[in-house]
Design a protein around this ligand. Structure first.
Ligand SMILES: Cc1cc2nc3c(=O)[nH]c(=O)nc-3n(C[C@H](O)[C@H](O)[C@H](O)COP(=O)(O)OP(=O)(O)OC[C@H]3O[C@@H](n4cnc5c(N)ncnc54)[C@H](O)[C@@H]3O)c2cc1C
Length: 566
């Protein structure tokens, strides 16, 4: 999809007020923007083009009860089972109950789900007890994003600011309320104020060396909220997708679960279906089980990848259902019609995030979070396949009832300053940590974790954060005041600032993720500790983090977040 948005930086003021700012152009951000009352002046901000997001890359589909042999109770039960004891039941029931109406709304907005006869077509994915996953071939996300983008661009109350990197949240002096954001647009520092700031910044897969996520998924929203003092929940829970393309030089392109749902076999170098050694559902066991089965099988038998064999699926079915997967593999020299695809697990989805309630409130006034960035309680310790696009839509709908704060009495005056050129010279320290950090986190907090490796990684991250503190760019960015502005003319300087912003964010999400993984001394869902390899009923609770504070909570937090949290 091309991005045909107007350039907006040059003729816009440095400080501007909106009623609501939505950060992110994935399914959560776009749908939230459409649900906000049309009477509000809304900005939708994305650091890339509108079409670049994990949502756009979603292949398999969106789960909802639409088939006659299915029921809401079964969808709830499957979601709770996948979540391994940590789902918030009330939030799950809400998600599942709202799903059919949300699907109807998406169809109305122009999302072209596949059909069979006069019904929406449904497929099976792992850990679903019924065929309930709606799809648009193997490019469901693109179908959703194209339709939502067209609708958002039509809305006269919405301004889309693409290629605009949000640097940080703008808080009031007491750090109790979010007043908006600071951002970098075409090299210019800008301040946008709002009665409601909505983080829809997606996941943080880029903190891992192996990930299916796009490059924009650097955990920016979680990092900004964490620095602002918001409460994060269950950030140790990451889902590792078992089947990402594994070829030297190729990206970890996702080979959707739907492929296994349609009958593909997961095999080892000898062609044996080893997944049944680990779970009776074989390759259709929950994702964490299949990922660990691959890890354990390779540990026992050697090698660094396994294969996904699509040949049990009829050729015309593959051509109809998986045209994009076929094309991507063929581009990299593998023809799934005649040979198995080499695959290995990669970080895919972040269950934890900024703690939110049913109406997407965070623990900071006027700050909201929605989509993968948020922790609503619907995924627990492990997400059921195709429940995440659904979560974006169901929780985005909640913004229809938002009560935004009044506009501020006055905006801060513009103060033009010079950016010291030393601050924007690309830093070898930042480049080093941007490269090194994902390997460190993959090793320590990947599929299998243990206390010693986690402690080592935490110490290295502390050292990295201390190094960044000494850099001129960090010093300068920490002095920013609302209204202050400068313009960077050189693409190299803009790239240096962007690299610093993302590296700082990656460090700021790595820290709570690793610390929470160390804190939880059991294995559950996506979190597997080799030194504590079984679930412990005492740990059937959430981990919460706020700055340096860490605690547990047994409550679902399904209702409005009112500190104290426990
Ligand atoms: C390859 C792949 C396949 C998947 N398949 C499925 C599937 O079949 N079904 C399913 O339910 N889920 C699937 N998922 C998961 C699902 O796609 C995501 O969880 C969901 O789309 C997240 O949507 P989101 O709107 O929260 O975030 P995203 O879609 O990731 O959007 C985040 C947005 O925030 C913007 N952003 C981030 N930081 C900043 C910043 N600092 N400043 C400005 N903008 C910023 C980004 O540019 C982007 O526009 C898949 C994920 C991947 C990676």
């Amino acid at each position: 999809m091309t991005d045909s948005l107007p350039a907006t930086a040059i003729d816009r003021p440095t400080v501007e007020h909106f009623d609501a700012i939505v950060v992110g152009c994935g399914a959560a951000g776009l749908y939230s923007a459409l649900c906000l009352p049309e009477s509000l002046k809304v900005a939708v901000v994305t650091k890339a083009t509108v079409s670049r997001s994990a949502s756009d890359w979603a292949q398999g589909g969106l789960a909802a009860v639409t088939a006659p042999d299915d029921s809401l109770a079964l969808h709830v039960a499957d979601t709770l089972a996948a979540g391994a004891g940590l789902c918030d039941r009330a939030a799950v029931e809400f998600l599942v109950a709202e799903a059919p109406a949300c699907v109807a709304r998406l169809v109305e907005l122009g999302v072209a789900f596949d059909r069979e006869d006069d019904r929406l077509a449904v497929t099976l994915e792992a850990a679903h007890s019924r065929r309930r996953v709606l799809h648009a071939a193997d490019a469901t996300g693109r179908a959703v994003i194209s339709a939502l983008t067209a609708r958002v661009l039509d809305r006269s109350n919405v301004t889309v600011l693409s290629q605009t990197l949000v640097i940080d949240l703008w808080l009031d002096a007491a750090r109790q309320r979010c007043l908006g954001i600071s951002c970098l647009q075409e090299g210019r520092l800008r301040w946008l104020s709002a009665g409601a700031t909505i983080l829809a910044t997606g996941g943080g897969g880029q903190v891992f060396a192996h990930t299916t996520n796009p490059t924009v998924s650097t955990g920016d929203g979680v990092a900004m909220a964490y620095r602002a003092g918001a409460v994060l929940r269950d950030v140790e829970f990451v889902q590792f997708h078992p089947t990402a393309l594994d070829l030297p030089g190729a990206p970890h392109f996702l080979i959707s679960e739907a492929v296994r749902g349609e009958g593909a076999h997961l095999v080892d170098a000898q062609g044996r279906r080893f997944a049944f050694d680990f779970h009776e559902a074989g390759e259709l066991a929950p994702r964490d089980t299949v990922s660990r089965a691959i890890y354990a099988h390779l540990q026992q038998h050697g090698g660094d990848r396994v294969w996904l064999d699509l040949r049990p699926i009829p050729v015309d079915r593959i051509l109809h259902r998986f045209p994009n997967i076929l094309k991507a593999c063929q581009q990299w020299g593998v023809d799934p019609l005649t040979e198995p695809i080499p695959v290995s697990p990669a970080a895919h989805y972040w269950m934890g995030g900024i703690a939110t309630d049913r109406a997407n409130h965070t623990s900071i006034a006027q700050l909201y979070a929605v989509g993968e960035t948020a922790s609503t309680g619907v995924h627990g310790a492990n997400r059921l396949a195709s429940n995440s696009l659904l979560e974006c839509i169901v929780f985005g709908t909640q913004f229809g009832a938002i009560a935004t704060a009044n506009p501020p009495a006055g905006l801060p005056p513009e103060q033009r300053t010079d950016m010291p050129s030393i601050a924007t010279v690309p830093s070898p320290d930042v480049a080093h940590w941007r490269e090194r950090l994902p390997h460190l986190v993959w090793q320590a907090a990947g599929i299998c974790r243990d206390a010693v490796t986690l402690q080592g990684a935490i110490a290295q991250i502390q050292a990295a954060r201390a190094t960044l503190q000494t850099l001129p760019i960090q010093h300068m960015m920490e002095q920013l005041q609302p209204g202050m502005t400068w313009t960077l003319d050189h693409p190299e300087a803009i790239a240096a600032v962007q690299q610093w912003v993302e590296t700082r964010n990656l460090l700021d999400v790595a820290r709570p993720l690793l610390e929470s993984a160390l804190f939880r001394t059991e294995s559950r869902g996506g979190h597997y500790r080799t030194d504590h390899p079984t679930p412990n009923p005492a740990w059937e609770c959430h981990t919460l983090v706020q700055g340096d504070r860490r605690w547990i909570s047994r409550s679902g937090l399904g209702e409005r977040l009112t500190p104290p949290w426990v």
